[in-house]
Design a protein around this ligand. Sequence first.
Ligand code: NAD
Length: 169
Amino acid sequence: MKRGLYVGRFQPFHNGHKAVIDLLCDEVDELIIGIGSAQMSHDIRHPFTAGERVLMIQRVLADAKIPVYIIPLEDIKRNALWVAHVVSMVPPFDVVYTSNPLVIRLFTEAGFRVESPPMYQRQELSGTAIRQKMLEGGDWKQYVPEKVAAVIESVGGVERIRDISRTDE
Ligand code: NAD
């Protein structure tokens, strides 16, 4: 039994994340998806709530061939203690999948096995680029699974991003 942990902010969950998860479903028996910065929402880098991100991922992975546990993880102010915080919140795991340099560093120092999955079209498939497209009225939907686009539309996500980037001037 091999259980893997994949951590991300998923603001929003996009086709790059989905491609990685498809790969991981062939590598592990069970997958934990940790939704980082769970306390954040309604700001330009973190427009979606933890619950909305759970919905995006749950809908996309409804037919996953292995058990998937989706667990929101609030940030804490001490990086040195973050791995212990994560461990306290999720089921036991054997390997961590991430390409985020800080996350790699923290889990490696804590003695965990860490692997970095391949990157897919990093230029277009990035939360920053997709949020920018939403802001500018570009075609963002091609970069996220259809079910994610439906969740974003159902919560008025594009209007939210535009509203929170305005000023009162
Ligand atoms: P993210 O959503 O940007 O990315 C998630 C994963 O997907 C990353 O491994 C990333 O490299 C990968 N990815 C992104 N685009 C991809 C693509 N096109 N193809 C393939 N893979 C792609 O999330 P993140 O920023 O890595 O999330 C880390 C989380 O951990 C954050 O929420 C952060 O706050 C949290 N964290 C918290 C603390 C603390 O609280 N002290 C410390 C460290 C990390």
